[in-house]
Design a protein around this ligand. Structure first.
Ligand SMILES: Cc1cc2nc3c(=O)[nH]c(=O)nc-3n(C[C@H](O)[C@H](O)[C@H](O)COP(=O)(O)OP(=O)(O)OC[C@H]3O[C@@H](n4cnc5c(N)ncnc54)[C@H](O)[C@@H]3O)c2cc1C
Length: 362
């Protein structure tokens, strides 16, 4: 499909402004008429979000208005609610025509829709942490562990309790990495309660009851449980048959949604069998952008499109405060200063900003 014929510029629509969607929009903005549809007017480096809760000024670099890196694209701040063979419909009633579409709606996100609101939200969370003597964190995935570690590192006098429903922390990495995270938190005097849940709505006067009957006293709490895939709305669209049983979009090796030659999916929303990681979403974005560029230039042979090879080896780093981290490498896990040097100081913020064509610092 070569939409550039006849001098008309090709319409590329990207839904979702996380790392995957942002990067594909940035890469294609000079090749086509690019529209980015996102519920919020900014891109956030998600893996830096917990630092912003203990240091709100950190968000000035990690929360980035889409307009900063997309001077040549159209930014539509609205939720996409339907997709037809030719258009995307938004909640505000716009109809956005596409020749190529990239779906990158990852996981649902709640909260702020402007950068100013987001930064104020971090300031409020910081004040809440500062004012509390004791803090309950619910959820022992990467968000709960990183938040507990940030608080333990910056506010060592506060009593932090982390409750996790699962039998071990960080279930997406190996057992030894989980144990290392647990040991680190325990050494920092974080109380970790595994195999239990807490209904925060039934708490009264700062007293929380766990499912196992334990009592936790805390001045405030933070819920750090995973959010669902951003795909519920797709069930009413032409892509409804392309969703797997878990609500992920099924893609081929070119990252095109099965059954559609001009619709791609990238990032966490895909059924690619690998860990859901931002650095992989960036690789997906490069592949989709390359294939779309080739198609715009008139390449019709599918075999010439860019191919994505799923990452077969686990690689993940969970920061533990500002200097340490636990890393899952393919054959081993390590904790301490060495993985901390890779991630925990800047949390890849400078690197991610550079990837979007921005100065690493502001
Ligand atoms: C605490 C934590 C630490 C992490 N650390 C790392 C790390 O160190 N390294 C790493 O590689 N990965 C890390 N990850 C994982 C990484 O954040 C995700 O893999 C990555 O954000 C996925 O990007 P995405 O573009 O697919 O989707 P998302 O980041 O989920 O973005 C989805 C976007 O779609 C938008 N959206 C959703 N529905 C709609 C709709 N209907 N209409 C319009 N817009 C919509 C949302 O507003 C959002 O902007 C971490 C994650 C967490 C939670």
């Amino acid at each position: 499909m070569n939409m550039a014929e006849g001098g008309e510029r090709t319409n590329v629509v990207v839904i979702g402004g996380g790392i995957g969607g942002s990067l594909v929009a940035k890469t294609l903005q000079n090749e086509a008429n690019v529209s980015l549809i996102d519920e919020k007017e900014f891109f956030e480096i998600t893996w830096a979000s917990l630092r912003s809760m203990v240091e709100p000024s950190f968000a000035k670099r990690s929360v980035i208005s889409h307009s900063e890196y997309l001077p040549h694209a159209k930014i539509i701040t609205s939720a996409a609610v339907d997709i037809t063979e030719t258009d995307v419909l938004t909640s505000q009633g716009s109809r956005v025509p596409y020749d190529y579409l990239v779906v990158a709606t990852g996981h649902t996100q709640r909260g702020a829709s402007t950068k100013t609101e987001k930064i104020s939200q971090y300031q409020a969370e910081y004040e809440k942490i500062k004012a509390a003597d004791s803090i309950l964190i619910v959820g022992g995935g990467p968000t709960g562990v990183e938040l507990a570690a940030e608080i333990a590192a910056d506010f060592p006098a506060k009593k932090v309790t982390l409750v996790h429903r699962g039998s071990r922390l960080l279930e997406f990495v190996g057992e030894s990495a989980s144990k290392k995270a647990l040991n680190w938190l325990t050494l920092k005097k974080v109380e970790v309660i595994l195999g239990q849940s807490v209904d925060v709505n039934s708490a009264s006067d700062g007293v929380y009851k766990t499912s196992g009957g334990e009592t936790i006293v805390a001045d405030c709490h933070f819920i750090c449980i995973g959010t669902p895939f951003g795909s519920a709305w797709l069930k009413e669209t032409i892509l409804k048959d392309s969703l797997d049983s878990r609500g992920r979009l099924m893609v081929d090796s070119n990252l095109r949604i099965k059954g559609h030659t001009n619709i791609f999916a990238i990032g966490d929303i895909t059924d690619i069998p690998e860990l859901k990681q931002g650095y992989l979403a960036q690789e997906h974005a490069k592949v989709a952008a390359k294939s779309i560029t080739l198609s715009i230039k008139g390449v019709e042979d599918d075999h010439k499109l860019a191919v994505y090879k799923p990452a077969t080896k686990a690689l993940a780093i969970v920061s533990l405060g500002r200097k340490e981290a636990v890393a899952q490498f393919p054959c081993l896990s390590i904790a301490g200063r060495v993985p901390g040097m890779i991630k925990s100081g800047d949390l890849f913020v400078g690197k991610t900003r550079k990837g979007l064509g921005l100065q690493p610092d502001v």
